[in-house]
Write a protein that binds this ligand. Structure first.
Ligand code: B3K
Ligand code: ZN
Length: 844
């Protein structure tokens, strides 16, 4: 398969004035009639006429009413057309029931739905399926289903049909259609200019009780976008539909968002606090796309981060406002390091704006999304809040209704602020995570920090230029007082020094506050200084970071056989827990150890080959040490975090439950699961119930609880996903692969359902010591199932293969095993373009 290159971008030959679609729904033979008015693009280099189309049966086609026989070619058709505006009509037949790729029009539990981003519309009808072709759509749906939905406003309906009109020009990837037996929670929202918008959240009958939270999240998002970005909603109705079979979290189709049930349905009985938080963020994310993605879209898929990075940044800011206290930033960074740093430091590293791709679906990555958001956060830090808002206002004013590029975005900032962003642009074009080494100098009055940046080579990029790095820094005095408040040091050189003058005593620096740049900071720091920062730093992120770094120092020393600073860590932890000024949410995060995958990467960076089994053992030993050291405090802490009020999915309550569960994990190491069993019995919500189950599984006492859990929840697919997932995540390393394999034989396992497949195999990949067990069984099992899934759902198969992306870190035996697994996938017959590209890149 051929790579698509950014450098080859050419504007479309033909633009579209208007699209009219008619769907005659039938599970095995849906007819799609299209009437499209084309006009020549004055900016185009030619007039050749090509329409994308895949898996379509062409019934007939005409140009200006005259039947024609188009030439069917690879990926679409060509036709001879006039050198002037004309009307294209076509009728095609498609088979939604056979569509297991969940791209285009497909059936999920008897309900029709669509997924068109990135290139799914070409599986619905022949069309210029590229985002720089934007048009208003009118859609007529005919079918026996009681509910027939599409984008925009409802304009007419009758028995067995409905018509929808979307006046806002949009690219085809934002098209959506839903038809089925659905019920809606209805509400309304009055916009800042006083317009009344109908809100509907559609679910399958029986799920009505799980809709309220997402509806509230939607209304909060609509208000927040008005207040913070001045953005108002622009149709009479906004709808969300929950679908059980969906490849990702959700999709921002204009006026008709389609959501994975897991990203929208919630109730205290069935959803954890983490589920609630994720749902609130995804509802906001998809809603925010209405302006950053839909009204202003991407010129081509190389600009994907234009909408995704910005929209993630917006949803992160929203979450920080909804859940104050600094914890959400810590969670964002944990996710960034866990997924994006991992990606950036392996064979799949790529630019925030790639230069080429084979399959665009492989580029919906942590780099495009999360690093893209970090880049925008840095831009905001550099220009300041007011200038950021001015630039955004200019962006919306200048580009509304257009398909834009990342360069258009940067130009807006240059014009609004007068800054030259040529160097900043490198954040989009240089892959990899910068390393920032810090040294310091104290002359008795002046304190100098010297930074040196360097970036390891990434595939296809050996030489890197220095980047602009905003380093938010504060200084603390010896008694813990802040002597220099947060200042943004703007680093632009490979090596650069910053001096703070006239200080009374040698300060303790707090560097990279709020994680002001997505870099790896290296600075020799004593355990005492880390403990000092954990106790005194005023920046919640760096406070947490100090504790985490100390925990990492301990683990690394345990693994490499040096003397671990255990006493300093345990003492600091105990002091932090006693500090009632710290929120339960913060204390819960500070109690968690760094992940085993993170430790593996850190060892690899230090030229030590990580042994997953040893890392796991060290983490277990340290947790046991922590439990014993904190023993006396645990009962009081547990009592403190009992939530007296009725359940509410608020940040405060979630923090209390999170701390309760961290305490329970430690307690389980001391009482063998007694407290966990009691918690499992009495838990009145899914957070505590699942947390207690996890503790019981860790203690290898989960059998009864698992059975009770399954008996209670067998009718609820989303809860059963958790049941599958927990068993694999909490399996001992030597049992993880066998547990996953046994679960695939369970009658409720269904490989065609992405949530269920991920519940087992995403969980296997998450269990680092289990997946990388020396037997190689984890690798073999995952390869087997990727090979099986690929013909059915290439997107999920390809995504799952990234579990292997860290393989070069490991010893020769493991590398040989992984290579064999990857080669086996690569050699399988008819491998998809998706998985082929991924495996090829990982092996390269
Ligand atoms: N834009 C969609 C993702 C589409 C993924 C296509 N493989 C969801 C989102 O980012 O909001
Ligand atoms: Zn998005």
């Amino acid at each position: 398969p051929q790579a698509i290159r950014l450098a080859d971008y050419a504007p479309p030959n033909w633009l579209v004035n208007e699209v009219q679609l008619t769907f005659r729904l039938a599970p095995r033979a849906t007819r799609v009639l299209s009437r499209i008015r084309f006009r020549p693009n004055p900016e185009a280099g030619g007039r050749a006429f090509f329409l994308h189309g895949e898996h379509l049966k062409l019934i007939r086609a005409s140009v200006d009413g005259a039947e024609i026989s188009p030439r069917l070619v690879d990926g679409g058709l060509e036709a001879d057309v006039p050198d002037a505006p004309f009307t294209w009509e076509a009728e095609v037949e498609i088979d939604p029931e056979a569509n297991t790729a969940l791209e285009g029009l497909y059936l999920s539990n008897g309900m029709y739905c669509t997924q068109c981003e990135a290139e799914g519309f070409r599986r619905i009808t022949f069309y210029p399926d590229r985002p720089d072709v934007m048009a208003p759509f009118t859609v007529r749906i005919e079918g026996p289903e009681p509910v027939l939905l599409s984008n925009g406003n409802p304009t007419a309906s009758g028995a067995g049909w409905a018509e929808w009109t979307d006046p806002w020009p949009k690219p085809a990837y934002l098209f959506a259609l839903v038809a089925g037996d659905l019920v809606a929670l209805e509400d309304s929202f009055t916009t800042m200019s006083g317009r009344e918008v109908t809100l509907k959240l559609w679910v399958r009958p029986g799920d009505e009780h799980k809709t309220e939270f997402a509806m509230e999240a939607l209304k909060k998002s609509m208000r927040w976008d008005e207040e913070v970005y001045g953005r108002e909603y622009d149709l009479d109705i906004f709808q969300i539909v929950a679908v059980s079979d969906f490849n990702m979290g959700a999709m921002e189709n204009k006026g008709l968002n389609i959501f994975n049930t897991s990203a929208v349905l919630a109730s205290p009985d069935t959803s954890t606090d983490a589920n609630f938080e994720r749902i609130e963020a995804i509802v906001a994310h998809e809603y925010f796309h209405n302006w950053t993605g839909n009204r202003i879209t991407c010129r081509d898929w190389f600009q994907l981060s234009l909408k995704e990075g910005l929209t993630v940044f917006r949803d992160q800011s929203f979450t920080a406002d909804m859940r104050p206290g600094g914890v959400s930033r810590i969670e964002d960074v944990m996710a960034l390091r866990g997924r994006q740093f991992r990606e950036d430091n392996g064979p799949l590293a790529h630019q925030v704006q790639p230069d080429s791709f084979v399959e665009i679906n492989n580029f919906y990555t942590a780099t495009i999304y999360e690093k893209g958001a970090e880049v925008i956060r840095m831009l905001k830090t550099l220009v300041g809040d007011a200038a950021y808002r001015d630039a955004l206002d200019l962006y919306f004013a200048r580009h509304d209704g257009e398909a834009c590029t990342i360069d258009d975005w940067l130009k807006v900032f240059e014009d609004a602020t007068g800054r030259d962003l040529a160097q900043f642009r490198l954040w989009y074009k240089q892959a990899g995570t910068p390393r920032l080494d810090v040294t310091e100098d104290w002359d008795g009055a002046n304190y100098t920090l010297t930074f040196r940046q360097h970036m390891p080579a990434t595939p296809g990029q050996n030489e890197k230029k220095p980047m602009v790095i905003p380093i938010a820094t504060g200084l603390l005095g010896p008694n813990g007082d802040e002597v220099v408040p947060t200042t943004v040091l703007e680093m632009t050189e490979a090596e650069q020094s910053f001096t703070f003058e006239g200080l009374a005593a040698r300060p303790v620096p707090s560097i990279l506050r709020g994680f002001s740049a997505p870099v790896i900071l290296n600075r020799e720091t004593s355990p005492e200084e880390r403990a000092f920062l954990l106790a005194h730093d005023t920046d919640p992120f760096n406070k947490w970071e100090a504790g985490r770094a100390l925990a990492k120092d301990v683990l690394i020393a345990m693994i490499t056989g040096e003397e671990p600073p255990l006493a300093a860590y345990l003492g600091a932890l105990a002091a932090m827990l006693r500090d009632e000024g710290q929120s339960p949410a913060f204390r819960a995060l500070a109690l968690r150890l760094p992940g085993e995958d993170d430790i593996a990467q850190t060892l690899f960076d230090a030229n030590v080959t990580p042994d997953p089994a040893r890392i796991h053992d060290a983490a277990e030993t340290l947790r046991q040490e922590v439990a014993e050291h904190l023993q006396d405090m645990l009962p009081r802490l547990a009592a403190e975090c009992v939530v007296a009020e009725p359940f509410a999915p608020t940040g405060e309550q979630a923090g209390q439950r999170a701390l309760a569960l961290e305490v329970l994990k430690l307690t389980t190491r001391l009482d063998g699961g007694k407290a966990a069993a009691a918690m499992f019995e009495s838990a009145g919500n899914m957070t505590l119930s699942l947390g207690a189950l996890g503790c019981l599984l860790d203690a290898e006492k989960g059998e009864d609880a698992l059975a009770a859990f399954a008996a209670k929840w067998q009718g609820d697919a989303l809860v059963m996903d958790k049941w599958f997932m927990m068993q694999v995540v909490h399996a001992a390393p030597e049992k993880a692969a066998a547990t996953a394999e046994a679960l695939t034989a369970h009658p409720a396992f269904n490989m065609k359902n992405p949530n269920r497949f991920r519940a087992v195999f995403g969980a296997l990949a998450m269990n680092a010591a289990g997946f990388h067990h020396a037997s190689g069984k984890g690798y073999d099992l995952l390869a087997d199932w990727i090979i099986r899934l690929d013909p059915l759902n290439p997107q999920i198969a390809a995504r799952m293969s990234s579990a292997f992306e860290t393989w070069k870190r490991y010893d020769a035996d493991r590398q040989a095993q992984i290579r064999a697994a990857l080669e086996r996938i690569k050699a399988s017959e008819n491998l998809s373009r998706d998985t082929g590209e991924m495996v090829g890149r990982i092996l390269a």
